[in-house]
Structure formats: structure tokens, C-alpha cells
Design a protein around this ligand. Structure first.
Ligand code: HEC
Ligand code: HEC
Length: 610
């Protein structure tokens, strides 16, 4: 189908508005998503989208960043294609794909690391494995089961460390034949990336955007919060750390979002009109030094969905991948990368705000390009990975990667940058949720809901069930609050269908302990009464009911993948599952007052397995 309808034009390395003053929204420069809007002013909806609706025949995977690895020789790249379950070994000098490795369907390859012997280890999110690859021969050397949802990988001293969403940090031998982990640490939920430190490890937490520094024994030495940003309307706090990579001179570089902590207006254009910098959700890069001070240097960037970052070991320049898709009417760009000089990030030792004067670099017009999903450097040459059409750009060379087109209007809409500077995926990263409880003026606190594990057929939507169907939701949220385009029926169906097949987060492997058995029995016990509302395979009857919330009646949420989405309840009251039954119990939400502490423990043990 016509890709031109989405206005593929030059990749823009764009200039940012730069006045250097803290707290000023970076809205003046051409990079701004505000298109001249000002805080407090409602700007009209974007025009409707041109072009035919295209649907991918494959169920697509959410964009996660970090799917590109340049090997130590600086001449070879290993590229993961999570949509097609393939790995490619690419000769960057000849601009040619030298090997294609097919993995089992649903493997969903993600991040990769090269060990000292040149073996590449790739985390498979879909199958929970670590596969090891000889890149020169394109041969798989082994596949080992690691955990439910492996994300980050790092390697040193004969060991590969794998950071798992369920909170385990599993260390395996680099020898693919050795299945037993060398060490398994249980840290906390939502681990994202792992980086080798001078003596120990750095580990990031995805939604909380925190960085843990571990010593060599695995003890947590420090927990670092990435700096927030104060603005005239209130504070924007760090959230959703998409990617953490090694800094060129030690320490780590984290690219993350910031979310407005103040009151949000849900009226038309409201999501763009609020926020300390760049709307409700903005982008920042923070550098954390090996000295370990929590102070990084933060840079506000108006580039939505910052899924990946790289720092050149040669020049120290940074490359950032912003995966938002631009509206074809207003812009002609698809995916953004920003190339930043190190001086631009080293302006302040304080965790204060510095706006960047991004370099403008025209990309050659003949290379294929689409949604930018990962970045790396080969020497000092930027290497960019695009999702659709699947391709790499190395310096000025374009390299097409094998595979049929997976163009999909639903995916494009989910990642579309609206005039508020937000995409749906800004708050629903990877189709999940950002872990935030937003404060809406008028109707109170609302935690972002996860969109994984099936959406169609669970209507009505939102906690209070006021969005009767998907079209009502996009009309209110996409066109209304976000200032995006109005979607027609076909576009709505494309977006809903894209989301509908995003798989639920797989539950951590739990043994059927006596406690889990007991918890399940209690859950199904008529006197405790959970299963009356939390029924069926999704554990919801989709009713809107009164469970004693002061904010009114609420939709019964499904409970599949619950372990991955703390805090709980519509207002985020329960930091842990146990809180749901203790400090946050209303007395009208099932009957739990008679349960002893070991019963509650059993219930939560059971719920964690769903
Ligand atoms: C500013 C953050 C933000 C953005 C942007 C955002 N959402 Fe949400 N989403 C939320 C919050 C918060 C809720 C819960 C809202 C409520 O209950 O009032 C939610 C709930 C939902 C739900 C309901 C899920 C259910 O089970 O009932 C769907 C569906 C959804 N969002 C889809 C989208 C789509 C599609 C977009 C883009 C058009 C989008 N969201 C953009 C924050 C966001
Ligand atoms: C009358 C229907 C009903 C019954 C009975 C019920 N729930 Fe709920 N449940 C709800 C509703 C509605 C919510 C959302 C409430 C809110 O967010 O304020 C909810 C929320 C939850 C959540 C939080 C989910 C999330 O995503 O944040 C958990 C966990 C939960 N229920 C477990 C249970 C357990 C365990 C029982 C039995 C003790 C139970 N519920 C009984 C309707 C019910």
C-alpha cells in the first residue's frame, strides 16, 4: 500500500529552540510538537489522516528500543527484528546482510551483547530465553531458559547478566552449554537494562526510572532517582526509563521520559497545555557518573518516545532515537534522531535543565526509512534501525533488511505524535502502562491502565467505564485531550486491533506452593467473593460496580499480568498487592476482614501467578 500517504521524507536531525533558561518550555524551535501552541490555550484538533488503512498480517510487537548491537570490530552489526522473530548479521562496510537467523515464532528477540570471545547473546522476550550466536558463521550455539521476561543484557568476565521484568537478575556463563545460572539475584519488579560498572553492575527500573548500583556481590549500594524538572505549572518527574547504556567515559546514560505531577486538564488539548516542559510527557537524557552521585545532567528534548540512546566512544556524541511517528499532514518525518555534541550535555553538574542546541544534519534522501527504533555508533558513524520498511542506515548508506512489509496503520497511530507532543505509547509504553497515577482536575486520580492481554470485548473503557467503545475513547483522548486527528471507523479498528493482540505480560514461573493453592481456594471461596466479579479467563465480568471507592463506581479490572503493574487500584492507592487488602481495603471490595495475615499472603501469592 502507499507508504507515501504517510509522508516519508527526509529524516530530520533538527535544531532545538535554545535559550538555555531553566523552566522554559522548549516550544520555540522547529522541533516543538506544539506547533505554536501555548500553555493554557486550547488548540484545535489535527486534521484527519489521509491515505488508506493498511493492516499487517502479523501480530506486531511493541517498540522497545535497543534492538541494535554494533560489535567490537565496529564493522558488524547484529540486529534483532522482534516482529519477524529474526536476527540479522550485517556487514556495515559492504552494506549487506551477511546472515539471517530465524528463531521460533513468538521468540521476540530484543537486546543483545557481545562477550569477550565474540559470541553474541540475545534476550528473547517472548520465549524467556537467552540465545547465543556465532555472528561470523551465523550459527546458533544454544538457547537457555532464563526467566519469564528477559530484557537487558550485559557481559563481563565469562558471564552474561540478564535483567528480567519480574525482578530477577540472572547471571549465566558465556558458555551456551552451561544451563545452570552462576548467580540469581532477586531485586525488584520491572528491571530493564543492566550495564557493567567498574566493580559491580548498574541496573535500571523501567517505569520508576530509577538506577540501582550493585557491588560485585550483588548488594544494592545505591538507588538513584533521575532528576525531575520544576516548571511554572509544577513539577515533571522522571518516569519510563526506556534505555540505559554505558557512558563513553564510564557511568551510564539513561534516556527517559518525564511526566507532569501536577493537575492535568482532560479537556480539549489538555494534554499539551500542562507540564513543566514539553507537555504532560517529555524526554530527557540523564548521565549518571561512576562516582555515583545521583546528579546527572539532564537535557530536555522535544522528541517523543525516546526508545534508545547511544554514545560514541570516539567523539562522545549522543544519538537518540525518538520513535514517534509524525502526522503526515503537518510534517513529513518519520521517526526522529537527534545527534548531540557532548558539550551540550556537559553544561551543568547540577541536575538542572539545559536545553540543547541540536545539530542539524541532513540525512541522504535516497535511503529507506521509517519508524526509528534503535541507534548505535560504529566508530563515530551513526547507525540507525528503522522498523518499517525494515532497514538500517549507516552514515549515508541505506541497507534494506529482509522481510515482507509490516506496515500497519494501527501501529502508526499508536506511535503517532499528536499536537500535544504525546503519543498513545507515551503513557502506554510497550502497550503497558507507565506506572503513573495522573491527577485529573474534575474527576480525580486515575492510574494509567495496561492495554495488553486483549481489549476488544472488554468495553466499556477507562476505570469509570465512561468510554462506551473504542471510537468514543479515541474521540475523547486522541482527538480531544491529545489534540490529535479524528479517526474514522476503519482507523479506529486498525488501532484497536493492533492493541488487541499485544500479549499479556507472562507470569513469572511460580511453583504451585501450598500458599498459592490456598490463595486460589480463597479467591474462589464464595464467602471471600472475589470470583463473582473477577470471573472468566480475564478475571473480569466487565461490569461497572461500587466497591466503596470515594471516586464512584469502577470497571472490574482484569487480573492477568497483575504482577507487572503495581501500583494498584484506580488511584494507585496500593503500592503492593498486600496494600490492596489492608490499607486500601474499603470494606466493600470482597470480604477480606476475616482473613488472617497468612491468608492474605496466600491470596497475593496466587494473584502474582495470574
Ligand atoms: C497522558 C497519558 C495517556 C495517554 C497519552 C493515553 N492514555 Fe490511555 N490511559 C491513560 C489513563 C490515565 C487511563 C485511565 C483513564 C481513566 O480511567 O480515566 C487510560 C486508559 C486507557 C484505556 C482503557 C483500558 C481499559 O481496560 O479500560 C485504553 C483502551 C487506552 N487508555 C488507550 C489509549 C489510546 C489508544 C491512546 C492514544 C489515542 C491513549 N490511551 C493515550 C493514560 C493515557
Ligand atoms: C463487586 C465486584 C468485585 C469483587 C467482589 C472484588 N473485586 Fe476486585 N476490583 C473490583 C473493582 C471495581 C476494582 C477497581 C477498584 C478501584 O480501582 O478502585 C477492583 C480492583 C481489584 C484489584 C486491583 C487491580 C488493578 O489493576 O489495580 C485487585 C488486585 C483485586 N480487585 C482483587 C480482588 C480480590 C482478591 C477480591 C476478593 C477478595 C476482589 N477483588 C473482589 C471489583 C471487585
Amino acid at each position: 500500500m502507499s507508504k507515501a500517504s504517510w509522508g516519508i521524507g527526509a529524516v530530520a536531525l533538527m535544531a532545538m529552540g535554545c535559550d538555555g533558561s531553566a523552566g522554559t518550555p522548549p516550544m520555540a524551535g522547529p522541533v516543538s510538537g506544539f506547533e505554536g501552541g501555548e500553555p493554557g490555550i486550547d488548540f484545535g484538533a489535527q486534521s484527519s489522516l489521509p491515505g488508506a488503512v493498511v493492516r499487517s498480517e502479523r501480530a506486531l510487537r511493541p517498540v522497545s528500543g535497543g534492538t541494535l548491537l554494533v560489535l567490537r570490530d565496529q564493522k558488524t552489526a547484529v540486529v534483532a527484528d522482534p516482529d519477524r522473530d529474526q536476527l540479522f548479521v550485517v556487514d556495515l562496510q559492504r552494506a549487506a546482510v551477511s546472515r539471517t537467523i530465524s528463531l521460533e515464532a513468538g521468540a521476540e528477540p530484543g537486546r543483545a551483547v557481545e562477550d569477550a570471545a565474540g559470541v553474541v547473546h540475545v534476550a528473547l522476550r517472548g520465549s524467556g530465553q537467552l540465545v547465543s550466536l556465532d555472528p561470523s558463521r551465523g550459527e546458533l550455539l544454544g538457547a537457555r531458559s532464563v526467566c519469564a521476561y528477559p530484557r537487558g543484557v550485559a557481559s563481563a568476565e565469562g558471564v552474561v547478566h540478564v535483567a528480567c521484568a519480574e525482578g530477577k537478575l540472572v547471571s549465566l556463563s558465556t558458555d551456551p552449554k552451561k544451563n545452570e545460572p552462576v548467580r540469581t539475584l532477586t531485586l525488584e519488579r520491572d528491571l530493564r537494562d543492566v550495564v557493567i560498572a567498574s566493580d559491580g553492575l548498574w541496573v535500571s527500573l523501567f517505569r520508576a526510572a530509577e538506577v540501582l548500583r550493585l557491588d560485585s556481590t550483588g548488594k544494592v549500594l545505591r538507588r538513584m532517582f533521575l532528576p525531575s524538572l520544576a516548571g511554572s505549572q509544577g513539577e515533571s518527574v522522571s518516569s519510563v526509563a526506556w534505555r540505559m547504556v554505558p557512558g563513553a567515559t564510564g557511568g551510564v546514560v539513561v534516556v527517559h521520559q518525564r511526566a507532569f505531577a501536577g493537575e492535568v486538564v482532560a479537556s480539549a488539548g489538555g494534554y499539551g497545555a500542562t507540564g513543566a516542559s514539553g507537555g504532560m510527557v517529555s524526554t530527557a537524557i540523564t548521565i549518571v557518573t561512576e562516582e555515583g552521585s545521583a546528579q546527572g545532567t539532564s537535557v530536555a528534548l522535544a522528541a517523543p518516545l525516546p526508545v534508545d540512546v547511544a554514545q560514541s566512544p570516539v567523539s562522545g556524541r549522543f544519538l537518540l532515537a525518538a520513535a514517534a511517528v509524525e502526522h503526515p499532514v503537518e510534517g513529513s518525518r518519520f521517526g526522529r534522531n537527534l545527534l548531540l555534541r557532548p558539550s551540550q550535555l556537559a553544561l551543568s553538574a547540577q541536575p538542572t535543565e539545559t536545553f540543547v542546541d541540536g545539530e542539524v544534519e541532513a540525512a541522504p534522501s535516497e535511503v529507506p526509512r521509517g519508524q526509528l527504533v534503535a541507534v548505535a555508533f560504529a566508530g563515530d558513524v551513526p547507525v540507525l534501525q528503522y522498523r518499517e520498511p525494515s532497514s538500517l542506515v549507516v552514515g549515508s548508506l541505506g541497507i534494506e533488511l529482509p522481510g515482507e512489509s509490516l506496515e500497519d496503520t494501527g501501529s502508526q497511530l499508536f506511535h503517532l505524535e499528536t499536537s500535544s507532543g504525546l503519543a498513545c505509547a507515551s503513557c502506554h509504553p510497550e502497550g503497558q502502562e507507565d506506572g503513573r497515577t495522573w491527577h485529573f482536575s474534575g474527576f480525580g486520580p486515575r492510574r494509567t491502565q495496561s492495554l495488553r492481554g486483549g481489549l476488544l470485548g472488554t468495553e466499556p473503557f477507562h476505570w469509570d467505564g465512561l468510554e462506551t467503545d473504542f471510537a468514543a475513547l479515541t474521540g475523547d483522548v486522541m482527538q480531544g485531550r491529545m489534540g490529535g486527528p479524528q479517526l474514522d471507523a476503519e482507523q479506529n479498528m486498525a488501532l484497536a486491533s493492533y492493541l488487541d493482540v499485544l500479549p499479556a505480560m507472562p507470569a513469572p514461573a511460580a511453583s504451585r506452593t501450598a500458599s498459592v493453592e490456598r490463595g486460589e481456594a480463597l479467591f474462589n471461596d464464595a464467602t471471600v467473593g472475589c470470583a463473582t466479579c473477577h470471573s472468566g479467563s480475564r478475571f473480569s465480568n466487565d461490569q461497572t460496580v461500587d466497591v466503596g471507592s470515594l471516586d464512584g463506581v469502577m470497571q472490574v479490572p482484569g487480573l492477568v499480568g497483575l504482577w507487572a503493574r503495581a501500583p494498584y487500584l484506580h488511584d494507585g492507592c496500593a503500592k503492593t498487592l498486600l496494600d490492596r487488602f489492608t490499607t486500601c481495603d474499603t470494606g466493600k471490595h470482597g470480604v477480606v476482614s476475616q482473613l488472617k495475615s497468612e491468608d492474605l499472603r496466600a491470596l497475593t501469592d496466587y494473584l502474582e501467578t495470574l
